[in-house]
Ligand binder design. Structure first.
Ligand code: SF4
Length: 415
């Protein structure tokens, strides 16, 4: 058959869209699970794979993975929900879901420059559950457990266990801290994964925090939409909506993770009026390619999730094998900016080792600068001049008046 005949045959054949990846994996790995069990997040928690023997029953491990599980067993726990496990490619060691959930030997090695607390959070931890690093916002650590233990976790000193869910007294002290600090306008609840708390426990945290007059917004950091999407129930979404503005910050790293189930979870939140943003981590040989990041961004936007940050990997212990050179992130950004919708281009951020805070990077588009004009190169490499204005006084004469008016008309009041 010549090539034109082959093409004609290929285009005449209907495209087969197979059932979802997780449905196929579920059938292969958990054929006995009923629909009710598969749809129940607590069933997934109870049946999470947590050790070598269990893991080998589900995935044929490579020698590196087997040794990795053994050598990291005292360093960081394993936990993979049946749902996330169902996405693993049993035949390919570079499957992104596999790389994020199954350790390899390199994870047991600490390289020079790697830190147990890479973001210097423990230096700014006035309460067990509060990290207060930036002036107007705090991190509220609600628990130490996750639905999947990510091999790239940079907060593993907490998620490796031993902290557990906050006691009522610790939670009260954390809330009191926020109340006593009027400069705090933004609380990021994280952990561990706060969506593993029952609705009642979550509400015990959200209700008092949202009543504090100076707390203007709450963010919740979670991987649940990615690794345990059945946890995002109407009850959970409605609870979050009651305490608006609550932003959910999730963590998809590869388009393979944006399954119909994950998409439904994100859309359920958005349908309830809860905005969802994504923070991805750039990882070597997992998503370190502009094509992958672009596809991830497009799939997220289709799921009504905004790609917000692309993080350079933190210098956490045991993660060097997943770290990319800084230049790779810049190169990826350069291949996105101008080549796709601006909303699909995340901020490339580096959280500086030791607690320096986040800085963002972008390719340099300025070619020349003078008092008269700035010359840029655009995404195609063409040069364009932007003329500077003659007047350069940028003070805002209405500002004092506006501040008084805003006070008078209660612009800054909550509700
Ligand atoms: S879900 Fe987040 S906190 Fe938990 S292991 Fe993964 S990266 Fe770490």
């Amino acid at each position: 058959m010549d090539s034109s005949a082959l093409m004609a045959t290929a285009s005449a054949e209907p495209r087969i869209i197979r059932t979802s990846l997780s449905a196929e994996g579920r059938q292969r790995l958990f054929p006995q699970a009923t629909d009710a069990e598969w749809g129940d997040w607590r069933w997934h928690q109870r049946h999470a794979v947590r050790g070598l023997e269990q893991l080998e029953r589900h995935v044929p491990l490579t020698a590196d993975e087997r040794a990795g599980v053994q050598e990291t067993s005292s360093l960081f726990r394993i936990g993979i929900s049946p749902y996330y496990l169902s996405l693993i490619d049993p035949e390919h060691p570079f499957c992104p879901v596999r790389m994020q959930s199954i350790p390899v030997r390199a994870e047991a090695r600490v390289r020079p420059g790697e830190l147990e607390d890479p973001l210097g959070e423990d230096k700014t931890r006035p309460e067990e559950c509060i990290v207060h690093k930036y002036p107007d916002r705090v991190l509220f650590l609600a628990l130490d457990t996750c639905s999947v233990y990510c091999r790239h976790c940079t907060r593993r000193r907490i998620t490796q266990g031993g902290v557990a869910e906050l006691s009522k007294e610790q939670m009260r002290r954390g809330i009191e801290y926020v109340r006593r600090h009027p400069e705090v306008r933004d609380v990021l609840i994280s952990g561990g994964d706060p969506f593993l708390l029952s609705e009642q426990r979550l509400e015990e945290l959200l209700a008092p925090l949202s009543e504090i007059p100076h707390v203007e917004m709450i963010r919740i950091g979670t991987r649940v939409p990615v690794v345990l999407p059945m946890r995002v129930t109407d009850a959970l979404a409605s609870l979050l909506r009651r305490y608006a503005p609550v932003f959910v910050v999730t963590h998809f790293n590869h388009p393979k993770e944006v399954t119909p189930e994950a998409r439904e979870a994100c859309e359920r939140l958005v349908d309830h009026g809860v905005p969802v943003e994504n923070q991805a981590v750039l990882m070597r040989q997992l998503n370190s390619d502009a094509r992958i990041i672009k596809e991830l961004s497009h799939q997220l936007l289709r799921s009504r999730v905004r790609p917000y940050y692309l993080h350079q990997m933190d210098v956490a212990e045991g993660c060097e094998h997943l770290r990319t050179p800084i230049a790779k992130g810049m190169e990826i950004l350069q291949q996105l900016r101008g080549h796709t919708t601006g909303l699909a281009v995340p901020h490339l951020a580096v959280d500086l080792p030791g607690g320096g805070g986040k800085v963002t990077l972008q390719p340099d588009y300025v070619v020349e600068r003078s008092e008269k004009e700035t010359v840029f190169r655009n995404f195609k490499g063409e040069r364009y001049a932007y003329p500077e204005p003659e007047e350069t006084d940028c003070s805002c004469p209405y500002d004092e008046t506006w501040r008084a008016r805003a006070q008078e008309f209660g612009y800054h009041r909550k509700g």
